[in-house]
Write a protein that binds this ligand. Structure first.
Ligand code: COA
Length: 248
């Protein structure tokens, strides 16, 4: 396990906490791998009944590490991010998210795979994919319009307009908005409530409520093909450079 991902099991709930505050929890390849392993292991561990994703008090995650994107623009895409994305789709155990502060890129699109989302009042969801010359991933091009309608999904995913916690709740992306200090506790309570449900019935109900796995995986593949191409485009390279040279 990497030091930037803390995995703890307690009372049927596995908490996967992103912990790289100095870089706003930007997701490195090692973090993706650790989260993928923690999710896969959760499925194989009977005692784990629900997974809880959490970040820090000021930030959920700044999304993919842009330094890794710059490397990918030159050397090709490492499969670890994609493996995490597909492991979200494949996960059998229900997933809860506790979101404080900004949730960027995958930080927002992963919420579409979660079953219950608690957000703090200051939370901000944003997906600047197009501004980076990329397209949205994690099957969000399919799941977001279904969840919130095309108009809202387009503003979020294509125009990169952020959603406040309240707007995200209104859009059906977030279940409840609470004070930042309460986020972790209320999310844990929800996860414990889910963990206490009869497990066979829970697994069945959850899988029946979701789109067929193959449909989701197919969309992820399609997005990923375009994503790989776009990562190597001049527009994307320029956007990554601009981020790192913004204070120079
Ligand atoms: N990848 C790599 N490093 C990142 C990062 C990312 N996605 N997001 C933030 N960081 C780093 C910054 O470079 C900075 O590092 P430094 O202190 O060594 O210079 C540090 O984290 C703090 O970030 P900063 O931008 O100063 O914090 P902020 O509170 O002003 O803004 C964000 C926070 C998340 C809004 C802003 O950092 C941002 O927009 N990040 C990029 C998000 C993004 O485009 N992600 C990819 C989505 S597909």
């Amino acid at each position: 396990m990497t030091g930037h991902i803390a995995v703890t099991d307690d009372g049927g709930v596995r908490t996967i906490r992103m912990n790289r505050p100095e870089k706003k929890n930007a997701l490195t390849l090692a973090m993706y791998l650790a989260m993928t392993n923690a999710l896969r292991e959760a499925d194989q561990t009977g005692a784990v009944r629900c997974v809880l994703f959490a970040g820090g008090p000021d930030v959920f995650t700044a999304g993919n590490d842009l330094a890794d994107f710059m490397k990918a623009a030159d050397g090709g895409l490492d499969p670890r991010a994609h493996e995490f994305i597909t492991s979200l789709a494949r996960a059998q155990k229900p997933m809860v998210a506790a979101v404080n502060g900004v949730a960027v890129g995958l930080g927002t699109t992963m919420l579409l795979h979660c079953d219950y989302v608690v957000a703090g009042t200051g939370a901000k969801l944003m997906t600047p994919f197009l501004k980076l010359g990329l397209i949205p991933e994690a099957a969000s091009t399919m799941l977001a319009p279904m969840r919130m309608g095309h108009a809202r999904a387009f503003a979020l995913l294509a125009m990169g307009r952020p959603l406040s916690a309240e707007e995200a709740k209104e859009a059906g992306l977030v279940n409840t908005v609470v004070s930042p200090a309460e986020v972790d506790g209320i999310a844990l309570k929800a996860a414990q409530e889910i963990a206490a449900l009869p497990s066979r019935a829970l697994t069945l109900a959850r899988s029946l409520m979701r789109l067929p796995l193959e449909t989701i995986l197919q969309r992820m593949e399609t997005e990923s093909g375009h994503y790989k191409d776009l990562l190597q485009s001049d527009e994307a390279r320029a956007a990554f450079q601009a981020f790192f040279s913004r204070n120079q």
